[in-house]
Write a new protein. Structure first.
Length: 513
């Protein structure tokens, strides 16, 4: 049990009790359900059959008494008087028979019902014969059939019906007895499980309470002895639960207290002897602190001069940053102009190519004109004298076309040369634009570096100012330290007295050998 924690033990105990309670509840519900089903089954068929057979039996008895009255009476009209009633009774008896026959399940019931059906046929046949003889006025014949056939058949008929009725009542009694037995068994089983759950819960409660209170009692006694100053007590526990951890923690606490008290005693002696050394050391510290204060004053003056120099550098860096920013803007504008020049050269190159194409068209037109003039001259030569004037015109046109072609070729050659120069110029301008872009980027980087230098100079100036303030504060702190050193000397004497009192206080505790 000690291997488990208190929470695990409590969870186990309560869990087991809850499981048993759940089992009892489920068992009770199951038994109640079974009792309900058995009762429903008993009410469904046995009671229904018993009621129907009882009603049928009383219906038969009524019919027998009615037939007996008809036979015993000397009035021949009595049969007619009971005719409608007999018919209704026979119909009701037939309905009872059909309902009962549909509810029979066992072979014994069915065999007995077959006998009842046979006797019923004899009963009905003899009853009808008696009614007919009475109507015919044959009193002796009716009396003879009544005595020889009707009465024995009626007795057998009623006897078998009563036997079937008794079977149903016996079945109902058996079912009721079974239900009572089931209820008794359920009550006994639930009571036994309840007692078992109570016993288990009580046992777990006793053992768990004991496993908790005993170690706590030991721990309480140990803490009382520790409170009284006795640190020699030793508590042993091998339990793995919280109480075992508590007892082992108490042992560890006592061990640490012993160690602490030993250390306190030794340190109290050390403090007493060291306090004297502290007093002399504080005197030396006071003199060195005064020397340090003088050195800090000189350092503060030097830092003031350095701060002025750094501030001047920061101002120059800001001016350089402004000049670099202006140069960067100028270079950016120059880069934009070069970009526009590059675009213009590209436009000129494109226009030159278009002019070259137009000259090629003019050259083609001159060539076609020359061909046409040649054809016209040939036709004029064929015409003779009539075409001489036309031949002169054709010759002039051909001469003009040749000169146009020559001029177009010369212009085309010039345009090609111009295009080549424009392309070379475009390449050079592109290179100049690239170099200008690199210059702009370089100037921007220089501007950024100068800006960083300016920012660093300002931060350096702020840092120097802060150092100056810090040195001033150190000077003040050093002077305060000198004052505190004097106070420390007095405190060392007080510490020596306190160490003596501490030794007396620690001597109250008893430590094991």
């Amino acid at each position: 049990m000690d291997r488990f924690s208190i929470g695990q033990r409590l969870s186990l105990a309560f869990g087991l009790v809850l499981v048993l309670t759940a089992m009892i509840t489920l068992l009770g519900l199951w038994r109640l359900q079974r009792t309900s089903v058995d009762t429903a089954e008993m009410m469904k068929e046995p009671l229904t059959k018993e009621r129907l057979i009882g009603d049928w039996y009383r219906n038969i008895q009524t019919g027998v008494r009615r037939t007996t009255a008809i036979v015993k009476s000397s009035d021949s009209t009595l049969a007619d008087f009971f005719a409608e009633e007999s018919k209704a009774s026979s119909k009701a008896s037939g309905d009872y028979k059909k309902q009962i026959e549909g509810l029979l399940r066992t072979p014994g019931e069915q065999a007995l019902f077959a006998k009842i059906s046979h006797q019923r046929k004899i009963y009905l046949k003899s009853r009808d014969e008696i009614s007919q003889l009475k109507k015919a006025g044959d009193m002796e014949g009716a009396a003879k059939i009544f005595a020889d056939v009707f009465t024995p058949a009626t007795a057998a008929f009623l006897s078998h019906v009563e036997e079937l009725l008794n079977q149903q009542r016996a079945s109902i009694d058996a079912a009721a007895a079974q239900i009572d037995e089931t209820n008794t068994d359920s009550r006994n089983l639930i009571l036994a499980l309840g007692l078992l759950a109570l016993g288990i819960g009580a046992s777990f409660s006793f053992f768990i309470t004991r496993s908790i209170t005993r170690p706590i009692g030991v721990a309480l006694a140990a803490t009382q002895r520790v409170a009284a100053g006795d640190l020699g007590v030793l508590v042993e526990s091998h339990a793995q639960d919280e109480t075992g951890v508590l007892l082992r923690s108490l042992n560890e606490m006592q061990g640490r207290l012993k160690h602490i008290l030993h250390s306190v005693r030794e340190n109290a002696d050390g403090v007493s002897s060291a306090s004297s050394e502290i007093a002399s050391g504080i005197s030396d510290l006071s003199s060195r602190t005064e020397q340090q204060a003088a050195a800090l004053q000189e350092t503060a003056a030097t830092m003031d001069q350095l701060g002025a120099t750094v501030r001047n550098n920061a101002q120059n860096a800001r001016l350089a940053n402004e000049l670099a920013a202006g140069a960067s803007r100028t270079a950016s504008q120059g880069g934009e102009v070069v970009s526009e020049v590059v675009q213009t050269m590209r436009d000129i190159n494109s226009s030159s190519k278009k002019i070259s194409d137009i000259i090629s068209v003019i050259d083609g037109i001159a060539f076609q004109t020359n061909i046409l003039a040649l054809n016209a001259a040939v036709e004029a030569a064929r015409a003779g004298e009539q075409g001489r004037g036309f031949a002169v015109v054709a010759s002039e046109v051909r001469s003009l076309a040749q000169r146009s072609a020559t001029a177009a070729r010369e212009i085309k050659a010039l345009i090609h040369g111009s295009v080549d120069q424009v392309e070379r110029g475009t390449v050079l301008v592109d290179q100049a634009g690239g170099r200008m872009t690199e210059i702009v980027e370089a100037i921007k980087r220089v501007s950024d570096i100068v800006a960083q230098i300016s920012l660093a100079s300002e931060e350096q100036s702020d840092g120097v100012n802060q150092i100056g303030k810090t040195v001033t504060q150190l000077d003040q702190a050093t002077q305060q330290n000198a004052t505190l050193a004097e106070q420390g000397a007095a405190s060392a004497e007080v510490l020596k007295d306190r160490a003596g009192l501490l030794k007396e206080s620690v001597s109250v505790f008893k430590l094991a050998a």
